[in-house]
Design a protein around this ligand. Structure first.
Ligand code: IFM
Length: 467
């Protein structure tokens, strides 16, 4: 995988600067070794939930529960990628995207007693082989939220044993797929699994208790820490890391109370995950914010969790503006008159730059970073065979400029994955929210390349021509 940070000579055509996406002339994005790709996740695109021996996941159960997902949508068919994967890889390659971040569905590849499910494994083997043939760098996430239901039935992430089952799963996958994966990520966004899944119940499995959230997080991080050495032993040539969603919190005023509110928000979103990973300790402030929620931590757990990483995947979408709640916590104060996406999320590229530069100051051992997700939802429609997603084009350009600023400030960012390659099942929001750079018509499964993807492809073609 090309990932050192050497510059190339500047021979861009002047017309490239005229389109609404192309990065500025002095942007680090022009470096050929800055990996530009797209991301997806198994439950959001695959469908085929009962095919070839796949077992139910917590998201099958959750989405089948009335009232949990908008319009009662489920991932049963999604983008039918399980059957259309060749066409999808061709599309990815046709766009010239250099990297693809996908996830493996744990319930597709492993039986309840831990035996491999050959048919499920073969699907990923064929997919990865085709990606390799096309020269696409692969980032594979082991856990993007589709926990096997049989594990949830035994307590899910509240049960310490799930962490050991995850290490067994990582062992199986890295033995089976060694040599065909460029980078392994253990978990996607443990904050969402722990907080949305067990803290407020907005995601599967739908439990809501603050104490559950911290214990689930501890077991998720333990699962990560147990898996890293297993991945290293089985597949030494690949990179090993983790992907986390990071929240930017800004203070609504200069008052000490509001500044503290913004700090606590970032503790709850970022330090909760990054401190144990990179400092081997949970942040104290977290338990001031949520008194009485300390998880049960056994001797040696924090050393296990702090296993050295080859990369950190950062997912970024928006910032949150905060004020003190008058007690020990924070409350959101949404700014008025700002640009928002279909999700209602504020468009705030500076937040990405500020997070990255802040992490560099906070963590002496910050590993190289990939932006493993960034993008936005819009209510895109196909008109005369085209999708003109102008808001997304500007969004991507501005966020890539923010990444460039962070690189220039000394942060080692090596790549960026668009979220998402195609419209897909957006969890509790079902199919209404469209994050793709490719439009999916769910009635026909027709894919239509959006204007944003055309412009990214154009940029990548131009970059390739540089000497
Ligand atoms: O669709 C999700 C993805 O699965 C995880 N990160 C955030 C995306 C947008 O909400």
């Amino acid at each position: 995988m090309a990932n050192d940070a050497s510059a190339v000579s500047d021979t861009r055509s002047p017309q490239s600067l005229a389109d609404p996406f192309t990065p500025a002339a002095d942007s680090s994005l022009w470096r050929k070794n800055f990996l530009l790709g797209a991301a997806t996740a198994s439950y959001q695109i695959e469908g085929a939930v009962a095919e070839d021996g796949r077992l139910p996941s917590i998201w099958d159960t959750f989405s089948a529960t009335p009232g949990k997902v908008l319009a009662g949508d489920t991932g049963a068919v999604a983008c039918d990628h399980y059957h259309r994967w060749q066409e999808d890889v061709d599309m990815l390659a046709g766009l010239g995207l250099e990297g693809y971040r996908l996830s493996i569905a744990w319930p597709r590849v492993m039986g309840a007693a831990g035996a491999p499910n050959r048919k499920g494994l073969d699907f990923y083997k064929r997919l990865l082989a085709r990606l390799k043939e096309k020269g696409i760098t692969t980032f594979v996430t082991l856990y993007h939220w589709d926990l096997p239901q049989h594990l949830e039935d035994r307590g899910g992430w509240l049960n310490r044993d799930t962490a050991y089952r995850f290490a067994d799963y990582a062992d199986l996958m890295s033995r089976e797929l060694a040599g065909s994966v460029d980078a392994w990520a253990t978990l996607n966004e443990p904050w969402c699994s722990a907080y949305l899944g067990y803290g407020n119940g907005h995601h599967a499995p739908g439990l809501a208790d603050g104490r559950f959230a911290t214990q689930a997080m501890h077991h998720l991080l333990l699962a990560h820490g147990l898996a890293v050495p297993v991945l290293r032993a089985n597949d030494p040539a690949s990179q090993k890391g983790i992907v986390a969603n990071m929240g930017r919190g800004t203070a609504n005023s200069d008052s000490a109370a509001d500044q503290r509110a913004a700090h606590l928000f970032e503790v709850q979103h970022n330090a909760w995950i990054l401190d144990p990973l990179l400092k081997g300790a949970y942040p104290r402030d977290l338990f001031e914010l949520w008194p009485g929620t300390e998880p049960l931590v056994l001797d040696g757990d924090l050393q296990t969790i702090a296993a050295p990483l080859d990369f950190l995947g950062v997912n970024y979408y928006f910032r949150t503006n905060l004020a003190s709640d008058g007690a020990h916590g924070f409350t959101e104060v949404p700014p008025e008159g700002v640009e928002r996406t279909q999700m209602g999320w504020e468009v705030h590229p500076d937040g990405l730059r500020d997070l990255l530069t802040g992490f560099r100051k906070t963590y002496a051992n910050l590993p190289p970073i990939y932006i493993t997700e960034n993008g936005m939802a819009s209510d895109d429609k196909v008109t005369d065979g085209h999708v003109d997603d102008t808001q997304r084009i500007a969004f991507l350009k501005r966020h890539l400029a923010a990444v460039d600023q962070a690189i220039k400030a000394g942060v080692d960012v090596r790549g960026y994955f668009l979220w998402s390659l195609m419209d897909n099942f957006e969890w509790a929001f079902g199919y209404e929210r469209r994050f793709g750079v490719v439009h999916v018509d769910y009635a026909t499964q027709k894919r239509t390349i959006k204007r944003s993807a055309e412009l990214v492809a154009k940029f990548l073609r131009e970059r390739k021509l540089l000497t």
